[in-house]
Design a protein around this ligand. Structure first.
Ligand SMILES: [Fe+2]
Ligand SMILES: [Fe+2]
Length: 236
């Protein structure tokens, strides 16, 4: 009976996490620029904006995941998971270089990418994830990772295909490495994450992971361009 209840709780928790991930996809799909990615008609400015902002958060994936792992070790919690997080961080290494290459092929040099203003969503994303890894509940990062891998599994490959098939952006075929590679990789990563998450029974971990997925759901869709009529005081 008790085992049944425990199983039930685990199922509910993972179902709630899935709900956040699906909610993120829906929120992204609702953005005009993401719709343009889905039908391949996004203009070059919108695509460059998306890649530049993605660079400014993706470049921190390796340290964010590694810090979460090291912190778990310092706290003496989940040693296996700590190892996995550090390994996951290593798997993310160099993905920011794909973005720089795609941008270079679109005529945007690295110096310009580095100097570009981040939008508030990027700062919120990196701030939040460094916070949970360095001084919050370090397992929280799994919530953000799950939501983004799920989005990537569902959309990155399709976006790359549609852009290649439809887009008139010059050099587009050489500028979809980041999307194409993630479309290919992240299906496996979602399955891997589900395996990692299933044995986590501590309510504090579950709560933190779910909350972090919610943050990703609310923050991530805002990395796309703000509509021309809704200027944001902090965008330059
Ligand atoms: Fe990646
Ligand atoms: Fe991944």
């Amino acid at each position: 009976m008790q085992t049944q209840t425990k199983q039930q709780t685990a199922t509910n928790w993972l179902a709630a996490l899935d709900e956040e991930a699906r909610g993120l996809v829906a929120a992204v799909d609702a953005h005009p620029d993401a719709r343009g990615l889905l039908d391949g008609t996004l203009d070059v400015e919108g695509y460059i904006h998306y890649l530049v902002q993605t660079y400014h958060y993706a470049r921190w994936s390796t340290p964010i995941l590694a810090e979460a792992g090291h912190r778990l070790n310092r706290l003496g919690r989940h040693p296996e998971l700590a190892k996995l997080l550090i390994q996951k961080g290593e798997e993310e290494r160099g993905h920011d270089i794909w973005l720089l290459t795609d941008l270079k092929n679109l005529g945007v040099p690295e110096a310009q990418v580095e100097a570009a203003a981040h939008n508030p969503a990027v700062d919120a994303y990196t701030g939040w994830n460094f916070f949970t890894s360095l001084s919050g509940v370090p397992t929280a990062v799994l919530g953000t990772a799950y939501a983004l891998e799920y989005l990537s599994q569902t959309r990155a490959g399709v976006w790359a295909e549609r852009l290649q098939a439809v887009s008139t952006i010059p050099n587009i075929r050489k500028s979809v490495t980041f999307l194409r590679s993630h479309g290919a990789l992240d299906g496996g990563h979602v399955a891997e994450m589900q395996k990692i998450l299933t044995p986590l029974t501590d309510p504090e971990d579950q709560e933190a992971i779910l909350f972090s997925a919610r943050v990703a759901r609310s923050v991530y869709p805002r990395i796309f361009r703000e509509g021309a009529t809704v200027g944001h005081p902090h965008t330059r």
